[in-house]
Unconditional design. Structure first.
Length: 362
């Protein structure tokens, strides 16, 4: 019994102190590391938010900025030191106007509008302010989903817990993309165990970060080089050095995402439904919406179509009617600074940071 008592005391201590013992950079360095979280991001986001909340409290931060969005805001395909928020913080310090500005980048590749809304709810739950928010959308965020991609790509189970009514509204679209809730007793038991029980145990919820930390420590002890955190299989070279890109942008997937058919910008479109909810959540707060730009040289067969240009103008009008800041990046960054049709090279993200910093501070 004594051994059991000591074991329980030890586990309780671990539960209480583990979040304070894991250094922030193992969990978050300018962004959450996609390379070791993508297969479990549903659970890995919570420890990252917890560590960020601890950092906010430790530094007594008040006017920090949150960035949300997809792979463009995340900084794909480059490394975390080339993410837009890293460049923005450097610019803020250089100007010495807001030298202590802290920008937390919680964007993540493939996040959809439903994920962004769910992240706002998660931040509320964690007590992290969204009073200062920047997030990006792209033209493809509003094209018809027939049926893919799901309007909530990563955070379906979080949406179910945080906004059951909205979850039920979008569930049919999620089901069409293969999402199924368990319907057997054993399935429901496993669902509760993995999503509601084990995630409350710190040794379990931090397991991916602990494994990552131990891997890096082992590399240091054995005098091996620490690998760059550029996305695995990502290619940060400029687009014009990639021979396979022209073929890729002619694929059906890309063609669909750049459709020139009129976009439905009413609440019947689930993306507009979520965008309206995001804007409502941010009422009275300082929010900047960014429409990601396009490599016009590479995508000239799409972006020069009158229908595409009319849709972009309609998106401009939609956002300009909302009580948020808005910047359309189409044509704002040189095509030579793109790594593909939508993502940027390091110098491109530095230029994007300058645009966003100027737009936000104005």
């Amino acid at each position: 019994m004594k051994a059991l008592r000591y074991t329980l005391i030890f586990l309780i201590i671990i539960q209480l102190v583990l979040p304070y013992c894991v250094p922030l950079h193992y969990v978050y360095h300018n962004r959450i590391d996609y390379n070791y979280t993508f297969d479990n991001i549903q659970n890995d986001i919570d420890p990252a938010l917890e560590k960020i909340k601890i950092e906010i409290n430790r530094q007594h931060l008040k006017d920090y900025i949150i960035i949300l969005g997809d792979s463009v805001m995340y900084g794909s395909p480059g490394n975390s030191d080339q993410a837009v928020n890293a460049f923005m913080e450097k610019q803020a310090k250089a100007q010495s106007i807001l030298p202590q500005t802290k920008i937390f980048n919680l964007a993540y590749p493939a996040m959809q509008n439903g994920d962004i809304y769910t992240m706002l709810l998660k931040l509320d739950q964690m007590g992290i302010s969204t009073d200062h928010l920047i997030f990006n959308v792209r033209y493809a965020s509003f094209v018809p989903r027939v049926p893919d991609p799901p309007v909530v790509f990563w955070l379906k189970d979080d949406l179910k817990k945080l906004d059951a009514e909205t979850f039920q509204k979008v569930l049919p679209q999620l089901n069409k993309n293969g999402y199924k809730l368990p319907d057997t007793l054993y399935g429901k038991f496993k669902y509760v165990l993995y999503h509601d029980v084990l995630t409350k145990i710190k040794l379990y919820s931090y397991k991916d970060y602990l494994h990552h930390a131990l891997s890096l420590i082992e590399l240091k002890l054995t005098h091996h080089a620490i690998p760059d955190d550029t996305i695995v299989n990502g290619d940060p070279r400029p687009w014009y050095q990639k021979d396979d890109l022209v073929k890729y942008v002619q694929s059906d997937v890309v063609a669909k995402s750049f459709t020139d058919k009129p976009l439905d910008l009413t609440a019947a479109n689930l993306d507009i439904f979520f965008m309206d909810k995001i804007v409502a959540h941010q009422k009275g707060k300082k929010t900047l919406v960014v429409l990601s730009g396009t490599n016009h040289t590479l995508m000239k067969d799409f972006v020069n179509k009158p229908g595409y240009q009319a849709n972009v103008a309609a998106l401009d009008q939609y956002f300009q009617q909302k009580q948020v800041g808005y910047v359309n990046l189409e044509g704002k960054i040189s095509d030579s600074l793109f790594s593909d049709h939508t993502h940027l090279v390091a110098e491109g993200y530095k230029e994007l940071a300058a645009i966003l910093w100027k737009s936000y501070t104005n």
